[in-house]
Write a new protein. Structure first.
Length: 204
């Protein structure tokens, strides 16, 4: 899907799909634009209107519900996609993780914050203790990892985690968790965690 928001009317049932890879502010602006020009968009629609796609924070959900409430009395339901993570892994596989969609995040991820992306996460900052970064593919941190990181969150054991320093509270790749502090010297100025022989090891 190339747009931020897609409206689909099927047999008087309206489904709104939010692009899971788009920034929330872009989604919100597009929704405002569509709703402001809605005209007869809601004529004949049988509720509820369902919103699917991107996982939203609680305050973002409330904001979107408010936008719709200003234009129509029809009930709006936001269907939350499942979070990435161990609980959603159904199969284990190895798929080239060097060609992937990526998203860049600026700044440190602080305690209590969570970043999630269905591709590769590139973070220009640290992952502090008490924070969480989850990616369907790789996690690349231009800083230090001290929090919880999970790459290959849909089961790809070929995913990797790279950072200036890896000192995690918890580190996972696919269904595996780092169980030791085995370090292999490779002479690079960074550390990389990946699966070797069924175990996660850190190369430095």
């Amino acid at each position: 899907m190339n747009t931020e928001v897609l409206f689909e009317n099927k047999e008087n049932k309206l489904k709104v799909t939010l692009n899971k890879n788009a920034d929330y502010i872009d989604i919100k602006n597009k929704l405002v634009s569509i709703l402001d020009a809605s005209g007869d968009l809601f004529d004949g629609i049988e509720g509820p209107i369902t919103i699917v796609g991107k996982r939203l924070a609680d305050n973002e959900e409330q904001e979107i519900l408010s936008l719709f409430a200003q234009k129509t009395p029809i009930l709006v339901v936001i269907e939350k996609p499942k979070k990435l993570g161990v609980a959603t892994i159904n199969t284990i596989f190895n798929k080239d993780a060097t060609i992937t969609n990526s998203k860049v995040f600026m700044g440190t991820v602080r305690s209590g914050q969570r970043i999630e992306f269905e591709g590769t996460v590139i973070l220009l900052g640290d992952v502090n203790a008490g924070s969480e970064v989850v990616a369907e593919q790789n996690i690349i941190v231009l800083g230090t990892i001290r929090g919880h990181v999970h790459a290959g969150a849909k089961g790809n054991r070929s995913a990797f985690i790279a950072a200036n320093a890896i000192l995690p509270t918890q580190l996972r790749i696919a269904d595996l968790m780092l169980k030791n502090d085995k370090v292999v010297e490779i002479g690079n100025g960074y550390e990389i965690a990946r699966v070797n022989m069924g175990e996660i090891s850190i190369e430095k």
